[in-house]
Design a binder for this molecule. Structure first.
Ligand SMILES: NC(=O)c1ccc[n+]([C@@H]2O[C@H](COP(=O)([O-])OP(=O)(O)OC[C@H]3O[C@@H](n4cnc5c(N)ncnc54)[C@H](OP(=O)(O)O)[C@@H]3O)[C@@H](O)[C@H]2O)c1
Length: 325
């Protein structure tokens, strides 16, 4: 069994524990929380045998194969450092950190210690996304010229919530814009130019943003991201020979529409087979068991590039977080 430790007991930590339970060869052995009460309740819910009242105590457990970090964004870097210093492999929720300087520190530490580290961009490991990569590699839609991606939802305004609070790294970009940037990076690689505009709301974080990425090939990606407006959550990849659309949400895809001009449209149903987190957890176990220090599907240098792009975007908007001053 691959033995997971989980840092924190929030919404996504619960979903991840369910994903692990869907794997035949993995278990949640331990959980760490800021409070014993929350650790015990989580342990009861997910049959995690060991429950710690601090993240440090969890990281010191000698029997863990990897730790999943699921705290709000600003705690990702310090929590990853705690785990790596304790000698444990880490899977960290997106966005990996608040900025590239923090991520460089975390990545350097993992490399120094020879420990596995990965950003939890779960969409990349889902069956339909794997199929998409195969289709793109086959060249079926020709050269890719235009990619359109959107991800927006309407959250009620609450300045205390992590989505809106600057001290918790609030804003659309770090929470969900990262999915679109990561998707674009998977399809077209590193952009040469980045243009954007954002609306900063009442709490000073980006509530809506529009981004254009330009590539050496001449290809362009457009991205819309929002936390006060619901959008269709689509990704459409337009090539010289055809087009691919990911449904129902490109970041949780279960259907691919492939249109090759002059041929009949094909719609591929690709079931999730689990809650989605099972696939990313399986990838971590595969890599750690193989002695790999990173995953080829979500490599660290790509996560670093994505973080640098997000720094550049926030620079264009004049958005700095309190912990960056
Ligand atoms: N992959 C995805 O689909 C997905 C979806 C949602 C969120 N996420 C990511 O997961 C992370 C957590 O999001 P979430 O929605 O699960 O958040 P959440 O429900 O608020 O849970 C966060 C947990 O972090 C711990 N924590 C430590 N310091 C905290 C602080 N100062 N304020 C609040 N909580 C603190 C708490 O656990 P203890 O009290 O037990 O210590 C809390 O339950 C975010 O970085 C987010 O981007 C990913």
């Amino acid at each position: 069994m691959f033995r997971w430790g989980i840092i924190s007991t929030g919404r996504i930590a619960n979903d991840f524990a369910v994903g692990v339970s869907q794997l035949p060869d993995a278990t949640v052995l331990a959980v760490g929380s800021r409070t014993q009460q929350a650790a015990d309740a989580f342990g009861d819910r997910h049959s995690a045998e060991r429950r710690y009242d601090s993240y440090e105590a969890l990281a010191a457990d000698p029997d863990l194969d990897a730790i999943y970090v699921a705290t709000p964004h600003p705690f990702h870097a310090p929590n990853c450092i705690t785990c790596l210093e304790a000698g444990v492999a880490v899977l960290c929720e997106k966005p990996f950190t608040i900025n590239a300087a923090e991520l460089e520190q975390v990545v350097n530490l993992a490399r120094e210690k020879g420990l596995f580290l990965m950003e939890g961009m779960w969409s990349r490991f889902m069956p339909a996304t794997r199929k998409l990569r195969e289709l793109l590699a086959s060249g079926v839609i020709g050269d890719i010229n235009i990619v359109d991606i959107d991800f927006g939802f309407r959250a009620p305004f609450n300045p205390q919530h992590r989505l809106f609070a600057p001290e918790l790294g609030g804003g659309a970009l770090l929470d969900i814009g990262i999915y679109s940037l990561s998707f674009a990076s998977m399809v077209l690689g590193k952009p040469q130019r980045v243009l954007s505009m954002a609306h900063l709301g009442e709490s000073g974080v980006d509530e809506n943003a529009a981004i254009i990425l330009g590539y050496e090939s001449g290809a362009l990606t457009t991205i819309n991201t929002a936390i006060r407006t619901t959008t269709p959550h689509q990704a459409v990849i337009n090539g010289t020979l055809g087009r691919i659309t990911m449904h129902p949400q490109y970041w949780f895809p279960q259907r691919i529409t492939l249109e090759v001009y002059g041929r009949e449209t094909s719609v591929m149903e690709i079931p999730m087979n689990g809650n989605g987190f099972n696939h990313e957890a399986a990838e971590v176990a595969r890599c750690v068991r193989n002695g790999q220090l990173e995953s080829e599907i979500m490599p660290l240098d790509e996560s670093l590039e994505l973080m640098r792009t997000m720094d550049e975007l926030r620079g264009q908007w004049g958005l700095r977080y309190p912990m960056e001053d």
